[in-house]
Design a protein around this ligand. Structure first.
Ligand SMILES: Nc1nc2c(c(=O)[nH]1)N[C@H]1C(S)=C(S)[C@@H](COP(=O)(O)O)O[C@H]1N2
Ligand SMILES: [Mo]
Length: 425
């Protein structure tokens, strides 16, 4: 098939081809191409790649990662880093919305400010934060709302991430609650707003030059969040929010404010662009809707903070770079996680999802962390085989075998598949 395509192109492009353009054989070639569709350029079947297809680039403090965009910086973690439950800091993905990102912070000058409707507005130094509050450590998955957006069908605008806009780290810091309590939330407060140090023009005319996120005062996540100053026992890389960032376990990373420097107690709900219309999902089961329903104006949208991350699982090995041998056992492995409770079970299918067998779970790093799994597979059939993986969390949620659709390209958690070439030798 490729040979034929090349021949067509050659006919169309060469001088001889140009001269012959109006003759019958050239038209026959055109007609043949019109009748014979190429493989689809869009949709899940068009992109067999686990990661986005950007180039490897190296930014300060980072290993080579897959670049999605440069302004703002967006970098995806390559698949092989998910062999372990903790993602190395230098390989941790990067997502920004605004182009002006700090490249140096003077910790003596730096302050975490609490202002607005607090009884006792505060300015905490980095030193105070570390010494005056009780430290806590928690392993938790940070996943972009738009992770795997490139799978959406029909396509939606936004960064066309593969599966690598996620990572799991052990975060150390202080409880957000303790810091809020020190300032004392005054009556009349309706929301708490978070702001980082990055800025710059966002979408034009939207007043979006600061990335602001807010929570309703009653949200339980405000009691579970950490203001983290360490990541896997090291300072945070600049691109992951040095010197401190929010960690909101179970929630999508859009709320995990990097370079956190300002916390405000609001007496009016936050209506800034990054809360609405950005980062909204349909208020439907699984955040699923259709372009038609959306067009008819029937879909109620809510901030993505209303939901926790749905359960997902990923095959890391084998990928499509190796062939395996019929009759020889090999290990299928990967990771699973859920924002709704720990992983209870991971199952692997070696017949494209018709039958499922339990995988062995690895070490439990806590209910918010990646959970490694392994499954020993002895292929009995040669040729291209399709393996699949499906996880179930402790609240009984499992993964659908159909893709979700919503206009933001959020909440993808369809069962993952991997084609494997089995040799018969
Ligand atoms: N200050 C700041 N914090 C931010 C963002 C941002 O643009 N600015 N983006 C959010 C989004 S949408 C994501 S997915 C995560 C990405 O975290 P990471 O870059 O450490 O992987 O940061 C969140 N926190
Ligand atoms: Mo994100």
């Amino acid at each position: 098939m490729n040979l034929r395509m090349h021949r067509r192109e050659w006919l169309a492009l060469s001088a001889a081809g140009a001269a012959a353009w109006m003759t019958r054989p050239a038209w026959a070639v055109v007609a043949a191409q019109a009748e014979d569709p190429l493989v689809s350029f869009t949709g899940p079947q068009a992109n067999p790649y686990w990661n986005n297809v950007g180039p490897y680039v190296t930014y300060p403090q980072k290993a080579p990662l897959l670049r999605l965009t440069d302004r703002p910086i967006q970098l995806e973690t390559p698949r092989y880093y998910f062999r372990t439950a903790l993602t190395p800091n230098e390989a941790f993905y990067v997502r920004y919305h605004l182009p002006d990102i700090p490249n140096a912070i003077d910790l003596k000058q730096w302050r975490l400010m609490l202002s607005g409707n607090f009884k006792k507005p505060l300015e905490l130094s980095f030193d105070q934060l570390q010494r005056e509050f009780h430290p806590v450590t928690l392993a938790a998955v940070n996943q972009c709302s738009g992770n795997s957006r490139s799978r959406f069908q029909p396509r939606v605008p936004g960064g066309q991430w593969g599966n690598g806009a996620m990572g799991c780290a052990e975060w150390t810091g202080v409880r957000l609650r303790d810091v809020l309590d020190r300032a004392g939330i005054a009556p009349g407060t309706v929301q708490i707003q978070f702001e980082g140090l990055d800025h710059g023009p966002g979408p034009q005319g939207k007043g979006s030059h600061r990335f602001l996120k807010s929570w309703e005062l009653h949200e339980a996540i405000l009691n579970e969040s950490i203001i983290a100053y360490a990541m896997n026992g090291q300072p945070l890389p600049m691109l992951n929010g040095f010197p401190v960032r929010l960690v909101m376990p179970g929630k999508f990373a859009t709320y995990w404010t990097k370079h956190l420097t300002h916390i405000r107690a609001l007496t009016e709900p936050d209506t800034n662009f990054w809360m609405k219309p950005a980062y909204q999902v349909p208020d439907t089961p699984g955040g699923n809707t259709t372009p038609e329903a959306l067009k008819e104006g029937k879909v109620k949208m809510v901030p993505i903070g209303h939901v926790n991350m749905p359960v997902r699982s990923f095959i890391v090995d084998p990928d499509d770079s190796v062939a395996v041998m019929r009759g020889h056992p090999m290990v299928v492995r990967g990771i699973a996680f859920s924002g709704m409770g720990g992983i209870r079970k991971v199952e692997v299918s070696t017949d494209d999802g018709q039958t499922w067998k339990p995988a062995r779970l690895g070490r439990d790093l806590g209910r918010h962390a990646f959970r490694e799994f392994q499954f020993v597979w002895t292929p009995t059939l040669a040729g291209l085989q399709t393996i699949a993986v499906r996880a179930t969390d402790s609240t009984g949620h499992t993964q659908p075998d159909a893709g979700v659709w919503n206009p933001g390209g959020y909440l993808w958690n369809k069962i993952e598949r991997q084609q494997v070439l089995v040799l018969s030798a």
